[in-house]
Every structure is written in structure tokens, then in C-alpha cells.
Design a protein around this ligand. Sequence first.
Ligand code: PRX
Length: 632
Amino acid sequence: MPESFEVSMAGDEKYYVPDQSYKEQAWTKDYAQSYKEFLADKTGFWENQAQQLEWFKKWDKVLEWNYPYAKWFVNAKLNITHNCLDRHVNNHRRNKVALVWRGEEGEERIFTYKKLFHEVCRFANGLKKLGVTKGDRVCIYMPLVPEQVIAMLACARIGAVHSVVFGGFGVNALNMRINDAEAKIVITADVTIRRGKTIPLKTIVEEAIINSPSVEKVVVLSREVDQPVELHKELEIDYYELMEGVSAECTPEVMDAEDPLFILYTSGSTGTPKGIVHTCGGYMVGTYYTTLNVFDVKDNDVYWCTADTGWITGHSYVVYGPFAVGATVVLAEAVPDYPDAGAFWKIVEDLGITIFYTAPTTIRMFMRVGEEWPNKYDLSSLRILGSVGEPLNPEAFEWYYRVIGKNHCPVVDTWWQTETGMQMITTMIGEPMRPGFAGKSLPGVVADVVDKRGAPVAPGNGGFLVMRDPWPAMLRTVYKNDERYKTYWNTIPGCYMAGDLAVKGKDGNIMIIGRADDIIITAGHNIGTAEVESALVSHQAVAEAAVIGKPDPLKGNLIKAFVILRVGFQPSEKLKSDLIYHVRMTLGPIAMPSEIEFMDKLPKTRSGKIMRRVLKAKEMGIDPGDVSTLEE
Ligand code: PRX
């Protein structure tokens, strides 16, 4: 890891200033003033946010900070679904549209807050029938359909801890996550639908639970009504059958602010993913505050975040944050290029989307297919554009602002992580936007760029991105592995280390460069090199593997694998595709290497550790830096 580094920014200090009317009517009108207020009374700031929500019992203390352990809203009692549903059903949002689901062929399902509330209660009562109680872990492995959202909220209603696994993960990845969480129930669907094809999901679950002794029941949503999937009655139960005869009311479980709400697995530097644990109170306040202030949600907005609910973006900004503010949320089981490259823009036009949140990879894909696609549609409803998951490069920013935002919509490039639970850095609505830079700390957050010792780098220089203070939606631990949690806080003295390299501009804006560790951000998804390597070496032909992220103009990074074969196996194109298929089946399509290169030897340290950075430098044709530890 570098100590810190100097950056040449060639004096390119171009700013875009969105229409100032945005600022005048925004919830946060004056960023500098709000930030000043936060600094003057940090816990008071968060207390004010928490006061806007309903609690069964208020806190004794806002924050108890016992480095590196934080408790927020100490002894407060709540249920997040009360704030996401009951609070709206009991007031003027009762008949407001909560959720609009769109399928690939334009099919639509609409839920008002009242309808969503009853569906959640019914499914919660169904889970209770299965013996699910507070603290039990429930794994949700589903396509992007309303039932997935309902299942999450139903778990939260009864205090069960959900662990959502993205539907693009394969057998081993799912098995590992089910076993680590010791999930009692798995909720799935027969199929997921992508580009007009049905892809089986339940068969993956069947394989994944062969060695999962904790699983008592599998709940299956049947989507292929014409060809209903056969259920094994002793283990499996139909989603809607479970809801038969149950009440449409379900008293919310009284949760302590620090009770776990969910576990979400993310990649780490070892082959085993980390179960990031989020709790009820702080997470609710953090996602509520950011949804309201970063996206500036108003009651007549139509909000669409294109992320899958299987990722943190979906948890915080499809489900909990938007429902906590009472937004109308669009959920689309859609890909940007099916049936054609106008798919997303048709949804914007049809539904009158006002707030649109997506990933840079998607924006770059649209840039490639050309402006004529968005230009065919009426995008005038759009008010605010968001980006998340990877750096939004200046070219993509400019295109997004000009072609989609018609030179007036603010673009909020939001930096955050599974671990942070909520957005941490952005350019607030109406503030000058600097392409390439995510922005500044949100009021409520203290982000900085520091050297290895935790000292701030000089403006204009680069270093490690850290948080100096705890924040309400922060992870509380890594499930069953508190040692791994501590490394976030004890690598750089006094700080939470995000794992990203960043540059602090002289104007205070922060530019995110990329990961400082062995995690690859590919198409906005977070994949550990070690996970892909262990998937590769589980193939009979592979003796050793090393995986790197190779910069790519579209996806940010591609996964490239260097492979040493076992004696008796010969390199061939056929073997390359076998290996890629093998990774697809074990980890899932999102982790498939784009390139495989067969090697006789891998660069290693004298202690035997593969030096991925040397491989990466060679691949990119750059200087590998210090190679003094490289073995002869
Ligand atoms: O490297 C950063 C990148 O995504 C990582 C977090 O990944 P994950 O936990 O999967 O969460 C993604 C969605 C919040 C970060 O460490 N990242 C996220 N947002 C940005 C980003 N990199 C640059 N700019 C962003 N806006």
C-alpha cells in the first residue's frame, strides 16, 4: 500500500452548476450551513433526524461510542416497518402508490401503501406459521419482484434477520451464505426472467441446501403459472399457499434500536464473504435521512433505483429509505438493452420517473449505443439523477448530465458501501458539481483522505479514504467474526478504513480512485479476487490461480485470471471456456472471468503469497513498483 501519493490534476477544475431553483426548494437548502450545524452538535444533528420518525420508546442517549463499537439511540424501541408502512397507512399516504413493478414485457403490478402493508402482514403471519421468530435468520434468494420486497419487510416485521442473496449468485456462493448465517428458511422462486428467457432459481437452491442442516423449509414463489414447478412437500411450500387463511394485520415486533435488522454478505480479501450486520434504529435513521436529503424526495416524486434488492443499494435505496420517506418506488425486473436499448427510457417516459438512480456501467453502456435511444423518449419528468457503485468518470458524468438530465438535473454521485449502510459522500442538490469527484461528506458524516498513520493528506494529494466519526447506519460487526470487524477500525489509527484510495481536491471535493485491496469492482459489483481464485482451483484441471481486475472502459474492471494447470492437463480454448463455465456454476455469472491466461509460474513473494499487483502491472504495461519481496 502506498503511504499517500501526489496527483497531477492538470488544473482541470471544471464545475457544473445545476438550476438554482432546485436548491431553493430542497430539504437541505444550504450545504455549508447544514454541515456547520452538524459540526456544532454532532449527536444533536442525528437526534433531529431521528425525531422525524416514530418510535415505540425514545432513546436514553443518542450515541454510546466505545471505540470501535457504537450504539445508536440507546434503549430506543421501534420497528422499521412501522415507519415504512403503518406511519403512512395511518395518515395521508394510505392510498398513495408505494410500489410499481414493471416486467420486461411491460407488465405492471401496483401496490398502494395500504395494499403493501397488508401483503407484508400476511406474509409475516405466514412466516410465523413456519415457526420463524425474532432473531431467526431467513435467506431470500429471489428475482426482482414485489414478493422479494414483501419478504424482506415481513422478516423485519417479526424481527427475523434477513440475508438477501443476489439472484445472480451460483450454488457455492449461496451455500456458503446460507450456512454462515445458519438460515432456518430459504425463500426463492421457480425462475427469474432475463432477456425473455426463464432461468431456474429453485434448482440452484436445491443443490445449495444439500449440506445446509439449518434449513427447515423452502418457500417457493411460482411464477410460471402455466407450468407450476413441482414442490417436495416435506421441505417446500408455495409462497401464496403459506399466506392462505392468515390475518392481514400483524403487530410489529418491538425491536431494540441495536437488534440486528439484516445480514448482507460482501466480498473480502479472503475466499469467505463477510456477513455485514446492520441494526434496526441507526440504519432506519441513516437511510431515511439520506433518501430525503440526497434525493430530495417530495410526495409527488416517482423514484426509480435500478439496483437489484440483493445488493445494499437495493436494501437502502429501493426498500428501507424510500419507504421510510413514503416515496412512490419503481421496481423493474428489466435490463437496459432488452427488448432494445430504449428499455429504461421507456420506463422513465411511461411512469413519469422524476428521480433516477443507476450505476456508471449502465451509463457507459448507454453512451456506447448512442444518444438516439434516450432521445426517442420524453424524459422531461426527470428532476434528479443519481450514480453509485464505482467512479463516475468525467465523460460519463457529462453525458448523463447533458443527454439524460438536459443540462438542468443535478447529478448526485453517491459514494458509500455495504458496510456504511447509507450514502456518505456526494454533491448535495444545487451545489456545484465537479466531474470525476463524488463530492464532500454529507452533513452527519466526517470523511477524510489520510496517509497510513491517519494524518490528513495535503489538499490535492491522494491517500486512503476514511471516516473519522461513527455514523448511525454503520455496520455493527461481521457476523460471527468480530475480528474481521475490528480490522476496519484498527488499520489506520482512529479511523474507519473504507478500503478505497481517494484524492482530496483543494476545493474539499473527494475523488474516488478505486480499491486499495484485493476487491474488484466490476460493473459496479464487488467481487473478491480470492473468491474467484478458490472457485477456479476447485476445478480438477487447476493447480493455482491468480485473479486481477483489469481496467475496462465499460465495466470499470474486467476479471482476468492467470491459471497454472495440473500435470496432465493441456491449455486449450475449450478448457478456458470450461473454467469460465465452472466459475459461473459455483459463484454465479457476475463473477465469471472475461479472460483466462495459462501460465507456468506466478509471481510470488518468498513467503509464497501471489503478487497480484505484479501481474496487474504487467497486464497494463506499467511499472510494478517495489518488487524486492519477489522470489527469484
Ligand atoms: O470502491 C467503492 C465503490 O464500491 C465499493 C463498495 O461496494 P459495495 O459494498 O458493493 O457497495 C456498492 C454500493 C454502495 C466502495 O468501496 N463505490 C461505491 N460507490 C462509489 C464507489 N466508487 C466510486 N464512486 C462511487 N460513487
